[in-house]
Design a protein around this ligand. Structure first.
Ligand code: DGL
Length: 264
């Protein structure tokens, strides 16, 4: 047993959507959320840069904050760095983001699955391997959510500008008949209200429903499993603390806290 915190890390504010699920699944665990902020967005950086940034973030959570487990709540950092982080920090458990292509491929009836993610995640091995493994016989249509991360970072995720941006990015996958859209970046669930509006219009026009697949509840379940396997749960009745850190400035940290509060 350990009352040490669980670390949750993202390039910025997106990982808060995973933080929410981990908090729900593990209500007695203290959580330290590190939203880099200073180097966000990661999506168009090189793999080497992302590896260096992810290593510095996990080092901060483990060495300075004493975390007993780290959730890399960033698809881009997971794709670029999870193997290297696992090798370095073993036996500490590390949970990464899985592109939720498998549940989408199992659920599709049209045989077409859309995946939204950052450029770097889409051209990474993790996505290619997952798509090849589960996407046999299924058309997987990908699109980079250009501008999405910036909108969420600027707290502009529920604006007409965001709606126009989302409409443009999903147009092709909808035109090709996608009935599942996978959110392959932890920032994107913040855009759910606008995405749902765009999909509702599509349903009105075509009569076809489209499901949205967010992997964060499954990632939280994985964190629970690993915590139990390592006998790392906090004591029964432990009163959790929630802390927020960033490599950016204090005003960014305050915005992170405000955004986390709005999620509940
Ligand atoms: N939230 C991130 C992800 O899940 C990264 C966004 C970015 O920094 O580009 O991929």
């Amino acid at each position: 047993m350990s009352n040490a915190p669980i670390g949750i890390y993202d390039s910025g504010m997106g990982g808060l959507t995973v933080w929410r699920e981990v908090r729900r699944a593990l209500p007695e665990e203290s959580l330290v959320f590190l939203g880099d902020g200073k180097n966000c967005p990661y999506g168009s950086r090189t793999r080497e840069e992302i590896r260096r940034l992810a290593d510095a973030a996990v080092a901060r959570l483990v060495e300075e904050e004493g975390c007993k487990m780290v959730v890399v709540a960033c698809n881009t950092a997971t794709a670029a760095a999870i193997d290297q982080l696992r090798a370095k920090y073993a036996p500490m458990p590390l949970v990464g983001m899985e592109p939720a292509v498998k549940p989408a491929c199992l659920a599709t009836r049209s045989g077409v699955v859309g995946v939204l993610a950052t450029e770097r995640s889409l051209d990474g091995d993790l996505f290619r391997r997952t798509a090849a493994r589960y996407g046999e016989g299924i058309e997987v249509v990908t699109a980079a959510g250009r501008g999405f991360v910036e909108l969420v970072e600027a707290d502009r995720e529920d604006t007409p500008e965001a709606e126009a941006c989302v409409r443009e990015v999903v147009a092709e996958m909808l035109a090709r008949g996608a009935d599942q859209i996978v959110l392959g970046c932890t920032h994107y669930p913040f855009l759910l209200p606008v995405l749902q509006r765009v999909l509702a219009e599509h349903t009105d026009r075509t009569g076809r429903d489209v499901a949205i697949v967010d992997p964060s509840p499954a990632v939280a379940r994985r964190a629970v499993q690993l915590l139990d396997a390592g006998r790392l749960r906090a004591e029964a009745g432990h009163r959790p603390e929630y802390r927020f850190l960033t490599f950016a400035d204090e005003s960014y940290r305050q915005r992170l806290i405000a955004k986390a509060e709005r999620l509940f």
